[in-house]
Structures are given as C-alpha cells and as structure tokens.
Ligand binder design. Structure first.
Ligand code: PLP
Length: 464
C-alpha cells in the first residue's frame, strides 16, 4: 500500500474555492450540532491519502475517526461491496435471512474468547446502537437495573448510550433526564489520576474503591447489571489504563455477579495490534460492542456476547437496517484483510514505530507531557510550559511529579497544532482534555508515519 516518498500536496488555499462552496451550502442546510474541527471537504481517498474538492492531497491520520480500517476505498472492500450491491441491497435481516449476515456472524464469533460455538451476535448500524443493545441485554439477562460507567467515557449519543457517556458537558446539556441508575466513576487515567495517586503504589485504588466506597454507600452491587468500559478510552484521550486494571474490574464484577461489557467501538477490529484491545489483558469480558472499523467505512455495528447471555426472545430487540448485506460483505472483506492480509500485524509493528517516533518528538518538545499508545491507537497529551499563566495551580504539598499531575488544561494550543497540520496536509484529531490522537488506517506504512511526524514537529515548532 505504500507510495514511497509521497508527501501531502496543497495546491490552493485551504479551504479552496470548491471546498468553500460546499461548506457554505452545508452551513445553510445541515444541523449546526456537527463538530467540524477544520475545513476538509473530502472528495476521494485511497489508502491513507485523501483528496479534497480542490485537488489538495492530505495524509489522513484520522481514518474518518478510526473507521477506514483498511484505508480509503481498499480495492478488495470496494469489489466486495460492488458484487453484493449488484446482488441484494436489503432484505431486513431481523425479519428474513441472507447469507452474508450468517457468514459474518460466524466469522465474528470465531474472534472471541468464548469461542465460535458459544458466541452470539446482534447486528446494528453504529456504535451507539451496539451499546444500546448491550445496555438492554444487560438489564434483560440479569434482571438488574443499574449500570456503572466511567468519567471520560464515550459510548454514543442515543439516550441509553448518552446516559453511559461521561465525556463532555456539551453532549449532555439540554438532554436530561437521561436513563436513571447510571453511576460514573473515575477511569484508570494514571497521567491525571483522580485520586492523586501513583501506579503501582496505588494498588489500583480506582478499582478497589468501588468495593470500599461505592458499593458500601450509594450503589448496592446486587442491583448493578453491568460495568461498561473502554479497554482504551477513545474520545476521552486515548487513555490506556494501568496493567491489571481490566483484570481487576473482571474480578470485581465476577464476585458481584455484574456483567463486564467492553466497548471496543474505537479500540477494536485490529487497531491496537490485536483483534480486540481486551486481548492485551487476561480479562475475558461478557459482552463486546463493535462498530467503526468493522466494515471499513460502511455503516455496521455488532454486539457480541456469550450464547447463554443472549437469551432474549423474538421481538424483544431488532432493527430494520442492522446487518445490511452490503455492509456485511464489506466487513467480511475487512476481516480477510485484517486476518489473512496482515493488517493486524501491520498495526502492531507500524504502531510501535509510531509510538517510538512520538517519544523522539517528545524529547525535543517539552509541551508534550505524555506519549501513549497501543498499536495504531496513539496519542500525545500536551501540557503548558511551567511558566505558563494558565497552568493549573500546584498545591504546596504536591509531590515532585506535580508537573505531570497538574498539567495545563488549555486546549487552545492543541487546536492550533491540529489546524497547522491541516494547512500542511496532515489530518489529525484532538481528543480528551488536551490530547492529539493518531489513528491512521491500518494499512499505514512506516514511511507515512515518518512523513506525518515530520509535519507534526514543524507544527509544534511553529506554534511554540
Ligand atoms: N463507543 C465508543 C468507544 C466510541 O468511540 C463511539 C464513537 O466515537 C461510540 C461508542 C459511538 O459510535 P457511533 O458514533 O457510531 O454511534
């Protein structure tokens, strides 16, 4: 997939005249709720490269928000879509049958820790619907009502998923009341530990406190249906919890008869160098929610769970479009490329290169407080210079690592870096309070990573 030495090509002001025309028309007719960070008007794409309406060529390290897993318009995915589209576009898989849905369910079942014969799949069109399905099934299967989710988590925007989301106030404001019975607790975010502790001496306080405090005071554990957790928090800042975190949650949930749902909408489908991010741990969840990269850009999602848990009867949950045959065909081609075509391996090896290069860049740029990542799910977290006025106050009793524990929260520079990168032909996305994420398509090469990081370095210099 590599195009040796290819560099971004910016031939007009960005946005150029055609892009400006699209943006102006869009502004007149589409919802103002969309969050467009910078004016890229995509016209076509191939691999990691995107061309805008004016012929400007960008290196895409967003993959359409971690969706275009096999790159833009992978020929094998396009071929599978075209072949399926000419045969059958739709026949509502919740009312009738077609082979691509059964074939994909079998292939997905073979990816889980429960094994192919003990897995059941419910298909959806999106991440939020996969989470809704998990929420509903958790209540149905356990007869319990409460849920536990994490601060910083993003699980979607429909009412059930939004109730579990703990990411940004702008996503909640004006929409309450949400589904009752959801408790949000701090995530295992060591860089900004909510308890001001340090791993490993903290002994995973962020998990043990559920037993010691939450379950002893406001939330009876035998009323909790499930804990939903992102193995790596996505929108929350590509936050990787400390070693043993997911295992500790698993032990706690098992002890209380609580289900463990891993939301792999962003971290799954090969992005971290394994099929599912939970596979980097020894924890085995009860449910997996998936979407985004599953079908390389076609709308599809899935809830995977243990056969014994998916005990709801006909009519209890269904969807007209979920598991659409064309999306299933795209997902089957995606799986072929990930598993047999080596893209999961590529995510692991190129991801390691990416994280290594980010650490090099960090050496030269003290504004990068943290570099973290697993495979091609990597981020830098920015901090303000120690002299900066907007740096959060450090308590007098603060430990020596106070600079790390109380990093600046002003994301203005982060946004300037992302904009500067765009104007130089590199597409990036922010996430979390003050982080920049790197989630290129899994076909990305080391050369393309080097190109991206050279541009990032220039932007860091220019915005210093
Ligand atoms: N869950 C996670 C972890 C996500 O990152 C997202 C989207 O970013 C969702 C759920 C919601 O997915 P969608 O936007 O497809 O509804």
């Amino acid at each position: 997939m590599e195009t040796p030495n290819r560099k971004p090509r910016i031939v007009t002001d960005v946005p150029g005249p055609r892009a400006q025309e699209v943006i102006a028309r869009d502004a007149r007719f589409t919802s103002p709720s969309y969050t467009r960070d910078y004016p890229i008007v995509a016209a076509s794409g191939k691999g990691c490269w995107l061309t805008d309406e004016d012929g400007n060529e960008f290196l895409d390290f967003t993959a359409g928000i971690a969706v275009c897993s096999t790159g833009h318009c992978h020929p094998k995915v396009v071929e599978a879509i075209q072949a399926q589209a000419s045969r059958l576009l739709h026949m509502s898989g919740t009312d009738f049958w077609y082979a691509p849905m059964a074939n994909l369910a079998e292939r997905l079942a073979a990816t889980t820790a429960w094994g192919v014969d003990d897995t059941r799949v419910f298909f959806t069109n999106s991440g939020t619907e996969s989470v809704e399905a998990a929420f509903k099934l958790a209540r149905f299967a356990t007869g319990r009502k409460r849920m536990i989710a994490f601060q910083g988590a993003f699980h979607g925007r429909t009412f059930g998923s939004l109730s579990l989301t703990g990411s940004k106030i702008s996503q909640l404001r004006g929409f309450t009341p949400l589904v009752p019975g959801v408790q949000h607790v701090p995530y295992g975010y060591c860089y900004r530990c909510a308890y001001n502790l340090k791993y490993p001496s903290c002994a995973l306080h962020c998990v043990t406190t559920l037993d010691d405090s939450l379950f002893a005071s406001t939330c009876p554990p035998d009323e909790v249906a499930a804990i939903i957790v992102e193995p790596i928090q996505g929108e929350g800042g590509y936050v990787i919890p400390p070693p043993g975190y997911l295992e500790a949650l698993r032990e706690l949930t098992r002890r209380h008869g609580i289900l463990l749902i891993v939301d792999e909408v962003q971290s799954g489908f090969g992005r971290t160098g394994k099929m599912w991010a939970y596979e980097h741990t020894d924890a085995v969840p009860d449910m997996i929610t998936s979407a985004k990269g599953i079908a390389s850009g076609m709308p599809l999602g899935a809830l995977l769970t243990r056969k014994d848990l998916m005990n709801w009867p006909p009519g209890s949950h269904a969807t007209t479009f979920g598991g659409n045959p064309v999306s299933c065909a795209a997902a089957l081609a995606t799986l072929d490329l990930l598993q047999d075509g080596g893209l999961i391996e590529n995510a692991a090896t190129v991801g390691e290169h990416l994280i290594g290069r980010l650490r090099d860049v960090q050496q030269r740029h003290p504004c990068i407080g943290d570099v973290r990542g697993q495979g091609l799910m990597a981020a830098i977290e920015l901090i303000d210079a120690p002299s900066s006025a907007d740096r959060a106050p450090v308590p007098s009793a603060a430990p020596p690592l106070a600079r790390e524990l109380f990093p600046g929260r002003n994301a203005e520079r982060r946004d300037r870096i992302v904009h500067a990168a765009f104007s130089k032909g590199l597409l990036l996305l922010g996430c979390g309070r003050n982080a920049i994420r790197f989630c290129p398509p899994l076909v990305v090469s080391k050369g393309e990573v080097d190109t991206a990081l050279d541009i990032l370095s220039e932007c860091l210099d220019e915005t210093a």
